[in-house]
Design a binder for this molecule. Sequence first.
Ligand code: ATP
Ligand code: MG
Length: 195
Amino acid sequence: MGGTFDPIHHGHLVAASEVQSLLGLDEVVFVPTGQPWQKSGREVAPAEHRYLMTVIATASNPRFTVSRVDIDRPGPTYTLDTLTDLRRARPDAELFFITGADALAQIVSWRGIDQMWELANFIGVTRPGHVLSDHGLPRDRVTLKEIPAMAISSTDCRRRVTAGQPVWYLVPDGVVQYIAKHQLYRPGAGQLQED
Ligand code: ATP
Ligand code: MG
């Protein structure tokens, strides 16, 4: 499951847990992006902060792991590179790329989409405010799943922290504390530099 995870929240965790259970996956690998090319219009918290919040949020689940492949690769993150690196690390694994309905809608615009079908199956999950559709993508490579509706976004979490509003119960407790400890998303705190 790729994402900016800026910060990781319970919508991500429910999606990962549901797909793990529905498909009987051995492992869900969370892959925080490097500098996200589709989000170049806004500042993104440093990759190490996003990586560590993802580790904190997933640490208690024995089936959840976090990969550094995207944050350790220089330059913008392309999902084709992510899948290529994961395939190299796990040559015998069957790969499933988990995306919310909004990200699936963008999938056709991703670089190297034809090669991506060969590397992984794609699992699209429902997300409040977005229509889940296969967008005419190859039926044998895309599976759509309805999951419990979590109307949470990282954008809303960041805005809440910036405005001094709580993010308790939207993100894991350890992530609330990490955000406070490092003063992330605070106006003028100098924490929102580009990676
Ligand atoms: P931002 O508002 O910064 O874009 P986000 O909440 O969309 O953050 P991302 O890191 O962009 O989180 O998303 C990573 C993946 O998780 C994407 O595939 C996205 O569709 C999916 N996702 C995020 N939030 C939810 C949610 N509440 N329900 C289902 N899927 C989600
Ligand atoms: Mg998003």
